[in-house]
Design a protein around this ligand. Structure first.
Ligand SMILES: Nc1ncnc2c1ncn2[C@@H]1O[C@H](COP(=O)(O)OP(=O)(O)OP(=O)(O)O)[C@@H](O)[C@H]1O
Length: 219
């Protein structure tokens, strides 16, 4: 089984993925941040590094998808993935294009690589969207204190959030669970974590047996 967590910067995906892995005994697939050769440069100069960073993330996420596929084809391990390849293209790269950071030529090249990869990608058995508004995102970005993220603008986060909402509204590749985390604290409050578990258990209990097919279930 392949579960994925989707959501904006600072929504709490990585922490929740680890908590869920502990709770259910799942294996976590995390995003490349510490060993990412472009991320800090990208935040300092987006036009200069946007294309490089997008290719780096796309390739890294595609590698994860291949791993997911290989593992789910051969054993019964449950995997939880922190962010999906869909977000790279439909949210981050699109936002950079729409705001003029990525040029037409770079974006079209990127999209054609993505479209080729997509034909080999299987959607997750369950996608969990963490919905968080600007104040929540800001608070968590500040709390984790990565220096290169502190200058991220409100405009950048808001445009990403808008694209996230469009993305989940049109995501029909598989079952989707939306959790509004604005008022939740799944780290400090046990009851909040329990509520998330309750929603995930409920979603998992009614996933269609061959959810890889395109049935879409929404909560
Ligand atoms: N395709 C992408 N384009 C630009 N930036 C990206 C892309 N994918 C990830 N990032 C950035 O990489 C970093 C990833 O950090 P991390 O894995 O901690 O997740 P996060 O997005 O901050 O979310 P969370 O706090 O929910 O775990 C963030 O700064 C994020 O914006």
């Amino acid at each position: 089984m392949h579960i994925a967590i989707t959501g904006n910067i600072g929504a709490g995906k990585t922490t929740l993925a680890r908590q869920l892995a502990d709770h259910y005994g799942w294996e976590v697939l995390c995003e490349a941040v510490d060993n990412n050769p472009f991320l800090a440069d990208f935040y300092a100069d987006m036009p200069r590094w946007a294309f490089h960073l997008q290719i780096f993330f796309l390739n890294s996420r595609f590698g994860q998808m291949r791993r997911v596929r290989a593992i789910s084809d051969t054993d019964k391990t449950w995997l939880i993935q922190d962010r999906t390849i869909y977000e790279d293209a439909h949210i981050f790269a699109r936002n950079l294009y729409q705001t003029g950071v990525l040029t037409e030529r770079d974006y079209q090249t990127y999209r054609s690589v993505f479209d080729n990869m997509l034909s080999l990608v299987r959607p997750p058995d369950l996608m969990i969207y963490l919905r968080a508004d600007l104040p929540k995102l800001r608070a968590q970005i500040q709390k984790r204190g990565r220096s290169f993220e502190q200058a991220i603008s409100d405009d950048y986060l808001n445009s990403l959030n808008q694209l996230y909402e469009e993305f989940v509204a049109t995501y029909h590749e598989g079952p989707l669970l939306c959790i509004d985390v604005n008022e939740l604290d799944h780290v400090e409050r046990e009851a909040d974590f329990a509520e998330i578990i309750r929603q995930i258990d409920e979603s998992l209990s009614i996933i269609p047996p061959n959810s890889e097919a395109s049935q879409s279930v929404r909560w």
